[in-house]
Design a protein around this ligand. Structure first.
Ligand SMILES: Cc1cc2nc3c(=O)[nH]c(=O)nc-3n(C[C@H](O)[C@H](O)[C@H](O)COP(=O)(O)O)c2cc1C
Length: 350
């Protein structure tokens, strides 16, 4: 968990801890960030928001910049855009909404974003990067940071050039996902590049890509010298990783306890209907790799949070809470899960 001594500073903001949940659209929302905060995430990134959605009237995307009532410090609002003045306008507007840091997404590879020149598409426009960071760092009170990929494709890996432009124009931290746009999520993340970036800039660096275990966190830090480790996909259904606990060390009871906490956060934030949709998306991740597939349809059919919790209780009765997760992987069809499914099938027929 967080120590008393800051691991590093973003400008004058102390950062306690060195594991950070990646910004992830549809996942790194208020409820999941609450769970990750519990496990000691050092910073809290929102899902990315297009600046176009921030310059006009209120709309559903504004919700992505909600902050948990218990507070999330430091809170990073991540935005993306195509035009420096529009990015500045949006950033000035949202600065007052609770941002401790504003981050520019320069890593999104989705064609409808990147091919229009935002996300990783910004990396092909060094002048736009310079102007954006100059404007933001001049006109905002909060630090401005950016998240990059290696570049557009294999032949145009310009992350060092872009990072230097960012820092020369006031960026206070650079996060690097060690893949190009054309790789999307294929191949291995290039940690060597993260090491080169750390050598090249005088601001803190977050290394990102393919961190799946506690050993990976330590390896990435040792190999690159990065200040913090940003963890994306491997933290889904597995927030323990942020506290340097591997999934293999957990018991089934520990997983269901966190799932119950997550359910409460989701219902509190989204309300009963959307809260159930939200928790079911995460449930798949919490149970991923375990021999518990038969339980999933019953969870998806529930109508209320009370029913969801009752099902959780039944699952806890069917599967001993003290059972290590490692053992649950090895049982191809967990026998009690079969009985559970049969019971729910009977209920559905009545
Ligand atoms: C479902 C999903 C949504 C994502 N959304 C965002 C986003 O909103 N902003 C961003 O900068 N990166 C986003 N990313 C990229 C991740 O932050 C991260 O860079 C990438 O997954 C590599 O890290 P990993 O190997 O630890 O998953 C997303 C990734 C996934 C899988």
């Amino acid at each position: 968990m967080n120590s008393q001594t800051p691991s590093f500073h973003i400008r004058d903001l102390p950062i306690y801890g060195d594991t950070v949940l990646s910004p992830m659209a549809a996942y790194s929302d208020v409820p999941f960030r609450a769970i990750c905060r519990h496990f000691g995430a050092a910073m809290h990134y929102t899902e990315f928001v297009p600046t176009e959605a921030l310059i006009g009237d209120p709309n559903p995307l504004w919700r992505r910049l909600d902050v948990h009532p218990a507070g999330e410090k430091p809170m990073v609002f991540q935005i993306f855009g195509y035009d420096a003045r529009q990015i500045l306008f949006a950033a000035q507007r949202i600065e007052a909404w609770g941002a401790d840091i504003i981050d520019i997404n320069m890593g999104c590879s989705v064609p409808k974003v990147s091919e229009k020149g935002a996300g990783v598409g910004m990396m092909r426009q060094p002048r736009l990067v310079a102007e954006t960071f100059r404007l933001l760092s001049t006109h905002l009170r909060v630090p401005v940071t950016g998240k990059l990929r290696l570049g557009w494709d294999e032949t145009s890996q310009n992350y060092l050039e872009i990072a230097k432009i960012m820092v020369d124009n006031g960026a206070a931290l650079v996060a690097l996902h060690g893949r190009t746009r054309s790789q999307k999520y294929r191949g291995r993340a290039d940690w060597e590049a993260i090491a080169k970036l750390k050598q090249a800039v005088a601001v803190p660096v977050l290394g990102n890509g393919d961190v799946c275990t506690v050993a990976d966190i330590d390896r990435l830090k040792a190999y690159t010298g990065c200040d913090g480790v940003m963890i994306g996909r491997a933290a889904l259904g597995n927030p323990w990783l942020l506290a340097r606990i591997d999934r293999e060390q957990l018991t089934f009871g520990e997983v269901t306890a966190v799932l119950r906490h997550h359910l409460h956060e989701a219902i509190r934030y989204y309300g009963p209907t959307d809260g159930l949709l939200n928790i079911n998306r995460h449930l798949r991740k919490y149970l991923s790799g375990l021999a518990l597939k038969p339980f999933l349809p019953a969870f998806q059919a529930v109508q209320t949070a009370v029913e969801f919790e009752a099902l959780l209780g039944e699952m806890e009765t069917a599967v001993p809470p003290h059972l290590p997760l490692a053992d649950l992987r090895q049982i191809p069809h967990f026998p009690l899960a079969g009985k559970f499914t049969a019971k729910h099938a009977e209920r559905a027929e009545v």
